[in-house]
Write a new protein. Structure first.
Length: 195
């Protein structure tokens, strides 16, 4: 993904080769900083690199994001039939850049970005807050997640989770999911089975 690419490029300036596997384990699974791989743990350097990474990520996002195959059809199937929301670990500014050109936001009734809740995934806070704000109970919800940390968070909130791992998150442990799917195209059938 683009976040990996931005981190990879910035770490390379310091002679650190970030692999997809390292990124998946460090960032996606453990929720730790990829800057922990730097031999020099100077706080000022890390903050400078973090700012460069965030700027590069924003630039990559502005170039355009490709919508995952099957997402639009899946959203069209449920639009107007059920309430849909996004609970993301992304910062609001990055989220807004991503979705400025995707035309996906009209499908959703609400969005909670990282600044909207206290504890980051895998803590259930984000999902608990989304349910509280929108008058939902766990039995009312099915979560579609692409990350291990997101699956753990949703399951800890008492929600059924359909996991759809992506190229980076596929290394994760999705055992907390209700079901693991190969494609977002399988989501419609699974949700309709749940009633």
């Amino acid at each position: 993904g683009l976040y990996f690419q931005a981190g990879h490029e910035v770490l390379a300036t310091q002679g650190v080769e970030l692999t997809h596997r390292d990124f998946a384990e460090q960032s996606l699974q453990k929720g730790l900083s990829v800057f922990d791989f730097l031999p020099d743990q100077n706080a000022e350097l890390i903050e400078e690199l973090r700012l460069k990474r965030n700027a590069r990520y924003s630039a990559l996002l502005a170039e355009g994001v490709q919508v995952v195959d099957g997402v639009i059809e899946t959203l069209e199937t449920f639009h107007g039939r059920v309430q849909m929301g996004i609970v993301t670990g992304s910062r609001r500014d990055h989220f807004d850049i991503v979705h400025a050109k995707t035309d996906l936001l009209p499908f959703f009734d609400f969005v909670l970005a990282r600044e909207d809740y206290e504890e980051a995934k895998p803590h259930p806070d984000a999902y608990l807050k989304a349910m509280r704000l929108h008058g939902l109970q766990p039995d009312d919800c099915v979560v579609v997640e692409d990350s291990e940390r997101g699956c753990v968070a949703a399951a800890a909130a008492g929600l059924r989770v359909l996991a759809v791992p992506n190229a980076l998150s596929k290394y994760g442990d999705f055992s907390s999911a209700y079901k693991i799917l190969n494609s977002v195209r399988d989501v419609v059938e699974e949700i309709e089975k749940l009633g």
